[in-house]
Design a protein around this ligand. Structure first.
Ligand code: KIV
Ligand code: ZN
Length: 511
């Protein structure tokens, strides 16, 4: 059996599905390009039947991806499968990924179908998908809570009907490594033609064991791991791509498996997804957290100075972390800036480059020392906001002990400049009230978070704002040396996303 493990990334499907992680079409294309460039084998680009926007995103990704297989998800219904087939048909290597629930609780309450009816549907769905493409993945949703004999029957039927990949998801993040290992071993031993398909793990992280469970499945013979960048996904998320990849690379002695990922692109991918979704990466997150390679305590620092392997099991360079360096000041020119962006792994269009350079100059005017992190924060924000319909033009806030705090805010709202003055209980409240006056809306503020991008009192503040409305939840993020400007921008980014999403839903309803 080959040691090669297929990396199936579902950031654009299972990842995007989680509340607040919605991406625009342009953002999805950027993520797909990044995944393709870093060596992901299969990109699950979306769920084409879910909306016209999803369909369009999957078909555009299918057309532009150069190397990876492009998969579209579908339920067991004929219309779903056909729509997925239509969306991926222009891919160099198209895949339909079709699923149905097989656990007793899902079949009884969700599907309201008997096991025999579900089995019939498995055969019908795989057969239909195979008539459209040669590469068909079949998943038994809630597989880890499925009754073993029924699971074996379903897997056998799916392979017979032509499924080339069999995915057994731990949909609710319930399993533990030993159990997961035994499950894959049992199914592969009991299904007669098991070797005709590639087995796949798809783990959710509800008990914090998604990575361990995925590796256990691979040890038992699975050769595809479904995962997402930064582990984003439903509830507690999915298996984190960067973690499984680095586990295999760092512990080759006990996990003797290989994959095609260029690990030096992991940090860049993490930052791109974090910037686009505005989901911050936890500081102590394995591999890509900002503290993942930081050594604070005296004992650790002493050890590191003597030999890096005392406390480092992998090098920062191997995951694409370059040594933090002082970048440039206000005298740095466009070419030096371009060079720096290239070094940091960005590929910007001419317009994006021009915009980023203007913002860099603006930042360098305010801040003596501009670090790599500062540049990343401003470019990432630029990527996330390039299509925004509302932008901050100017902001003046009077704060201090004398209160009430007063904010004067000018916005560009779809080309029209509008100004308003408001008061509030504190400068942030005054700023958000001003936005409310200029853009009346009913969204509620679910989260407001500030952190410093670098050290020092002149550091940029990075602000995250999450807004919720009508069951939707989106996050906006922005960085600026002035915390209030960053707050206003982050709020507007979230509002822009919410409105774009609402428009998409309305357009779809109208159709
Ligand atoms: O978690 C799950 O079961 C899924 C399937 C659709 C594969 O995401
Ligand atoms: Zn899932």
């Amino acid at each position: 059996m080959s040691d090669q493990v297929i990396i199936f990334d579902t950031t654009l499907r299972d990842g995007e599905q989680c509340p607040g992680a919605t991406m625009t079409l342009e953002e999805k294309l950027q993520v797909a390009d990044m995944l393709d460039a870093m060596g992901v084998d299969v990109i699950e680009a979306g769920f084409p039947i879910a909306s016209n926007g999803d369909f369009e995103a999957v078909s555009l990704i299918a057309k532009r991806v150069q190397n990876a297989v492009v998969a579209g998800l579908s339920r067991a219904a004929p219309g779903d499968i056909d729509r997925a087939g239509e969306a991926v048909k222009h891919a160099k290597r198209p895949r339909i990924h079709t699923f149905i629930s097989t656990s007793p609780v899902h079949m009884k309450y969700k599907l309201q179908k008997s096991p025999e009816e579900v089995l019939e549907m498995v055969i019908a769905q795989v057969t239909r998908a195979r008539n459209l493409v040669d590469d068909v993945e079949w998943s038994c949703e809630d597989g880890t809570r499925t009754e073993p004999d029924f699971l074996v029957r379903c897997v056998e039927a799916a392979i017979k009907a032509g499924a080339t990949t069999i995915n057994i998801p731990d949909t609710v993040g319930y399993t533990v490594p030993e159990e997961h290992y035994e499950l894959f071993k049992m199914v592969r031993e009991r299904v007669p033609d098991a070797d005709k398909a590639i087995f796949s793990v798809h783990c959710h992280n509800d008990l914090g064991m998604a990575v361990a469970n995925s590796m256990a499945g691979v040890k038992a013979g699975a050769r595809q791991i479904e995962c997402t960048i930064n582990g984003i996904g439903e509830r507690a998320g999915n298996t984190a791509l960067e973690e499984v990849v680095m586990a295999m690379k760092t512990r080759e002695d006990v996990l003797p498996f290989e994959c095609n990922i260029d690990t030096t692109m992991l940090t860049r991918a993490s930052k791109l997804v974090s910037a686009i979704t505005s989901f911050p990466v936890q500081y102590n997150k394995a591999i890509v957290g900002r503290n993942a390679f930081a050594h604070e305590s005296g004992i650790h620092q002493d050890g590191m100075l003597k030999h890096s392997q005392t406390y480092e099991i992998m090098t920062p360079e191997s995951v694409g972390v370059s040594k933090t360096s002082l970048v440039m000041g206000k005298h740095s020119g466009r070419n030096a800036f371009k060079d720096k962006l290239k070094q940091l792994g960005y590929q910007l269009t001419d317009n994006q480059m021009q915009d980023a350079f203007t913002r860099f100059k603006d930042l360098a005017d305010r801040k003596k020392e501009v670090y790599d992190e500062d540049i990343e924060a401003l470019v990432d924000e630029n990527i996330a906001t390039s299509q925004d319909r509302m932008k901050v033009l100017s902001l003046l806030v009077v704060a201090g002990t004398m209160g009430p705090q007063v904010c004067t805010l000018s916005l560009d709202i779809e080309g029209e400049h509008k100004t308003v003055q408001s008061v509030g209980n504190g400068p942030v409240d005054a700023t958000f009230n001003a936005i409310h006056m200029l853009v009346p809306h009913e969204a509620t503020l679910e989260l407001y978070q500030v952190h410093a991008v670098t050290e020092g009192t002149d550091a940029q503040a990075e602000v995250s704002v999450r807004l919720g409305h009508d069951g939707m939840s989106v996050t906006g993020r922005a960085a600026h040396p002035d915390t209030l400007v960053a707050s206003a921008k982050a709020y507007l980014t979230a509002l822009n996303k919410l409105m774009a999403r609402r428009d998409r839903v309305h357009a779809q309803a109208a159709e």
